[in-house]
Design a protein around this ligand. Structure first.
Ligand SMILES: C[S@@+](CC[C@H](N)C(=O)[O-])C[C@H]1O[C@@H](n2cnc3c(N)ncnc32)[C@H](O)[C@@H]1O
Ligand code: SF4
Ligand code: SF4
Length: 435
């Protein structure tokens, strides 16, 4: 990808505090005594900066545990809703009560809001061994609450030595007991700046987890994913080229994401312990400029030179197990060896007929990247589109048409090209086919 002018998404940590003590947690401040919290004023100011300067398509409100700072969490949520920004709340759910749920419902923006929650194990004993707390019942009670209210939920399971055999069973259990249709299993990234007793997965184990996810999709029809980058060379060829095109997550640190702590300190990614400056005092452009070396591939390990899968992972995670004094160019520990030939996968574009009735996705947003380059987003990062001025005008025009058929449009001389564009827009869900 070319160098973006703004991040596609960002994380905001409204607090460092947490009611859990997950062994796997990457939060590098875990050993600190006094956890910091964002104030309501800061949350409000940050929402303004997000709108005026940062222009992300999506914001994740996270922590620590963001329900421990409801004032700032709700303030930010309300402000984002007001501005139509897509956002989600990343929470362990345990502290959700009726009042907090009501607050969230009020701040939830239809089609632009979701809850991302974590469940390290679906059985009480292992859950307690991993989180250090006996709170599984509260988690289930609250998962039931949010599901009953139809708030969109994705459950993420961070996978390591203590729960690697439970991925398939947990996905099936959540589907059968709670109707969860979005399930992620994310191989643990080793925390930076601290050591933990849980072990990360070997490459064989990582492959097994991803195969379990594909099996869940096949058996139950649920959506599955993994939420962090995995070096492409750690995956088997069949997983790399899986027909659902899942597990293609390149490292986004400083390229398409950034993370803001409770005090406004900016990092290239939530896993990074390195402060790059402060959003309240330094201003976004200066901070984004400081992250330019990420976008210029300056932190990519030499071992990845000429790898044919480079754009699929950018060398993997820069902070996997990062410790004081380490170089950012250290290869991700899960890397095996560069890939010399790459299977080219042609994505099939649906063929649209002249009389098919189409409708624009109302959750489409766009921004100007630079001259003659625009970015479109509709809530799914796999569907981000980069287009020139002419294409932008077409997409904007279609949004004003209500429903239409290609025959009703004036497609001009380049009819075939225009039909292919409509196919791409249907494929990426910027257009829906009316049934
Ligand atoms: C730090 S948590 C904060 C939000 C909330 N307390 C929770 O656990 O859902 C943010 C996300 O990172 C995931 N996570 C935490 N430690 C991780 C690690 N070492 N590797 C990969 N993901 C991790 C969590 O499961 C969660 O989805
Ligand atoms: S993963 Fe979330 S719930 Fe667990 S300790 Fe970290 S911040 Fe807390
Ligand atoms: S060699 Fe580097 S760029 Fe290639 S797949 Fe492995 S980690 Fe990614």
């Amino acid at each position: 990808m070319f160098s973006l002018t703004y991040p596609l998404n960002m994380q905001v940590e409204t607090t460092e505090a947490c009611n859990h003590a997950c062994l796997y947690c990457y939060n590098h401040w875990r050993t600190k005594r006094n956890a910091g919290k964002m104030s309501e004023d800061q949350a409000k100011r940050l929402a303004e900066i997000i709108e005026e300067d940062i222009h992300p398509f999506h914001v994740t409100i996270t922590g620590g545990e963001p329900l421990l700072n409801m004032a700032a969490t709700l303030t930010l949520a309300r402000e984002l809703k007001k501005r139509g920004t897509f956002y989600n709340l990343n929470t362990n759910l345990v502290l959700l009560n009726e009042e907090r749920l009501a607050g969230l419902q009020e701040a939830a923006c239809d089609g632009r809001f979701g809850i991302l929650t974590s469940l390290p194990h679906h059985e009480a004993e292992v859950f307690k061994a991993i989180t250090g707390r006996d709170t599984l019942e509260e988690f289930y009670r609250n998962l039931r609450r949010v599901s009953r209210e139809d708030l969109p939920v994705t459950v993420n399971m961070v996978v390591h030595s203590m729960n690697q055999g439970a991925v398939y069973d947990e996905g099936r259990f959540l589907f059968e007991e709670f109707g969860i249709r979005n399930f992620a299993a994310t191989p643990m990234l080793e925390p930076s700046m601290r050591l933990t007793s849980v072990k990360p997965l070997s490459t064989t184990e990582i492959n097994r987890v991803l195969e379990d996810l594909l099996r869940l999709h096949e058996d139950l029809g649920i959506s599955v994913d993994t939420l962090e980058t995995i070096p492409r060379c750690a995956l088997s060829e069949s997983l790399r080229n899986n027909s659902l095109q899942l597990f293609n997550r390149a490292c986004s640190a400083g390229r398409s994401t950034l993370s803001i702590g409770y005090d406004g300190n900016v990092r290239s990614c939530s896993h990074s312990p390195i402060p790059e400056g402060n959003i309240f005092t330094d201003g976004f452009s200066q901070l984004w400029e400081r992250l330019q070396p990420y976008r210029d591939n300056q932190y990519v390990p030499e071992e990845c030179d000429d790898c044919q899968e480079f754009f699929g992972c950018y060398g993997g995670c820069r902070f996997n197990g990062f410790q004081e004094g380490d170089s950012l160019k250290t290869p991700d520990r899960r890397m095996t060896s560069k890939i010399l030939t790459r299977k080219a996968i042609q994505r099939e574009i649906p063929r649209i007929s002249e009389d098919q009735r189409l409708r624009a996705n109302p959750n489409t947003v766009s921004r100007r990247e630079r001259e003659n380059l625009y970015t479109f987003f509709n809530g799914n990062f796999a569907h981000v589109l980069f287009v020139n001025e002419a294409y932008k005008q077409v997409i904007d025009h279609l949004a004003t048409r209500g429903t239409f058929t290609p025959r009703e449009l004036d497609l001009g001389e380049e009819r075939d090209k225009a039909m292919t564009l409509l196919g791409v827009l249907v494929d990426r869900k910027y257009l829906f086919v009316e049934t």
